[in-house]
Write a protein that binds this ligand. Structure first.
Ligand code: DOR
Ligand code: ZN
Length: 346
């Protein structure tokens, strides 16, 4: 079967984005707003977004950074050991908050104020289950005795399965899944558990991080895994199944912060994210499943309507910018300097 040279889908959403704050926010937000109608905005700022009031103020800053773009930021609260369930519920009822994010303390960037033990937020989780507020999880254990490549699989056994057993009504998104066990677990669990998949985890495996030398711009958390896992993610994303949806996890850090003796985790994918997903679906002969993954499944999971308008992607070779300036520093986009084969029209 020949593959088409253009594809039109309902306008997509990005269910996992880091937009940062201040100068970086102003630079990166337009990339997301150009491609996506809505996005779930992660709350792990250097001073985390822990309350409804914080989320409301941050939403105003995000909207200001997007200017006149037709874009709706969907806000999240960062859970801590002392999160107030009533504040969370009030923010959800007001429409300020769409979800809350569980970062195990120490798991990733700006997670120091995260949850030290899930038992500490039992009352919060009970409330979220009662009001059907989605819980978004960074699914890695932080136990230093667990090998970094095993932290997601161990999280399923030690934390996620017991959590879902205790709270069968809780809606959970297993964010940025990276492994075959995660794919299998999501499939086996049913409609209350969704999962986002990033473009980079569909495109790179752990060896790519070390191709010809260490490549800090390919380092993120959860770290990329073996090839068999990348293939399992590609199969899941392109299956069209309702539990799997688009979440770029675009996570910009400056070149200075990435190219350092202890470089930050995060891949800045937003400059070409939708196009890269399209390329992957094309490579898999699954362009007919792109709309489900990018535009339908996530909205349905969150109980929202799909977007009414459409976007068109064209088969067209172009080069992703090598750098994006931020003040005196720069950001390096995923696939920066490389040619890719699909381009968003307009
Ligand atoms: O690689 C990552 N970067 N993973 C995360 O979980 C957080 C993110 C960030 O905020 O930089
Ligand atoms: Zn993230």
């Amino acid at each position: 079967m020949t593959s088409p040279d253009s594809i039109t889908i309902q306008r997509p959403d990005d269910w996992h984005v880091h937009l940062r704050d201040g100068e970086i926010l102003g630079v990166v937000a337009p990339f997301t707003a150009k491609q996506f109608a809505r996005a779930i905005i992660m709350p792990n700022l250097s001073s985390p977004v822990t309350t409804s009031a914080d989320a409301s103020a941050y939403r105003d800053r995000v909207k200001a950074a997007c200017g006149s773009a037709d874009f709706t930021p969907l806000m999240t609260a960062y859970l801590t050991d002392t999160t107030d369930p009533h504040d969370l519920a009030a923010g959800f009822a007001d429409g300020v908050l769409t979800a809350a994010k569980l970062y195990p303390a120490g798991a990733t960037t700006n997670s120091e104020s995260g949850v030290t033990d899930i038992s500490k937020i039992e009352a919060v989780i009970e409330k979220m289950e009662e009001i059907s507020m989605p819980l978004l999880v960074h699914g890695e254990v932080t136990d230093p005795d667990v090998d970094i490549f095993d932290r997601e699989a161990v999280f399923i056994d030690r934390v996620l399965q017991p959590l879902l057993d205790r709270h069968p009504g809780l809606k959970v998104v297993f964010e940025h899944i990276t492994t075959q066990p995660a794919v299998q677990f999501v499939r086996a669990t049913g409609p209350k558990l969704g999962a986002t998949i990033t473009p980079h985890h569909l495109m790179i495996n752990r060896s790519d991080m070390f191709k010809g030398g260490i490549r800090p711009h390919l380092y993120c958390l959860p770290v990329a895994k073996r090839e068999q896992h990348r293939l399992a993610l590609r199969e899941a994303a392109t299956s069209g199944e309702a539990n799997f949806f688009l979440g770029t996890d675009t996570a910009p850090h400056t070149v200075a912060a990435k190219e350092s003796a202890c470089g930050c985790a995060g891949i800045f994918s937003s400059p070409a994210a939708l196009e890269l997903y399209t390329q992957v679906f094309d490579e898999e002969g699954a362009l007919d499943k792109l709309e489900a993954f990018a535009s339908l499944n996530g909205a349905a999971f969150y109980g929202l309507s799909p977007n009414a308008d459409t976007v068109t992607l064209e088969r067209k070779t172009w080069r992703v910018p090598e750098t994006v300036s931020v003040g005196d520093d720069a950001l390096k986009p995923f696939m920066g300097g490389e040619e890719i084969s699909w381009k968003l029209a307009g």
